[in-house]
Design a protein around this ligand. Sequence first.
Ligand SMILES: *Cc1c(COP(=O)(O)O)cnc(C)c1O
Length: 351
Amino acid sequence: MSRFWSNVVHDLVPYTPGEQPKVAGLIKLNTNENPYPPSPKVIEALHAVVDDGLRLYPDPNAHVLKETIARYHHVQPNQVFVGNSSDEVLAHVFQALLKHEQPLLFPDITYSFYPVYCGLYQIAYQQIPLRDDFTIAITDYQRPNSAIIFPNPNAPTGLLLPLTAIEQLLVTHPNSIIVVDEAYIDFGGESAIALVDRYENLLVVQTLSKSRALAGLRVGFAIGNTQLIEGLERVKNSFNSYPLDRLAIAGAVASFEDDAYFVEKCAQVVANRNWLIKEMEQLGFEVVPSHANFVFVRHLRHDAAFIAAALRERKVLVRHFNLPRIEQYLRISIGDEQQNRALIMALTAVL
Ligand SMILES: *Cc1c(COP(=O)(O)O)cnc(C)c1O
């Protein structure tokens, strides 16, 4: 606390990211990173730009990356916004598009960065309770609002809302902007990008951090109609002209260009997820149906905080949110085959 702080700083409640341990040898299943490395072509592309060119600023518009993403997702480059992580893209979205007369709506159990951005930008919001089975019921959003945001699949539940429900939401709220945060869509969901040409009130946000194994590179993007993108560009160009450095642009482009590797690794994570769900159910866990690279689980007899602490003693990190309604759940990222076996062994010893 300091008397030199701006007023808004006093009331900020910052986001707490999952632990990045300083010691080696831990099995990290706590932040939904990809267990597999990024494509070797990404590493090559990064090496290729580490030279005297770093003297120069990067392209402020990251044109090559926007064109690559546009081609990949069958949209125009001016329908693509890119940023230094999807968290940064989301921050610009909150400031540029979600502050209006009526409140912003999002689920009560969801990505906990949303209320943080509302605090930062002083945006009025209401949290809409998920149903008891943690599903989003779109009819619950029939109340005064100017905007709606949710992850699909939702985090930390992993539950997927079908595209038909999203389309219904777009049709029934033509005057609200609907933002779909698709951080986990590549693990078995159907992207709402297919709808952006038909609904001017839709913005889809994605990240390269999870499905493309590039959490360390910090690249995210949004796709929507050109006016929404222009609003985001205005905010971005009032904040940082060069959010993506030369390495981030080169690595991200290379990732989209190696589609075979991407498809193979996503399928592997999904196969591992199916294996892990079966094993966990045999150990007495109830597993929320997941379309993401994590599972949200509750043990029918043992306390979640106890299990998390006991796993940590056995060098396995998982995420426990000590929050109303979900304090008996654990969110466990899908690891590679070896990590998942180690998790099951540790759980067998603990329970
Ligand atoms: C991980 C995550 C993000 C942030 O991804 P970055 O691009 O790494 O900032 C955004 N939304 C949800 C729902 C996430 O789980």
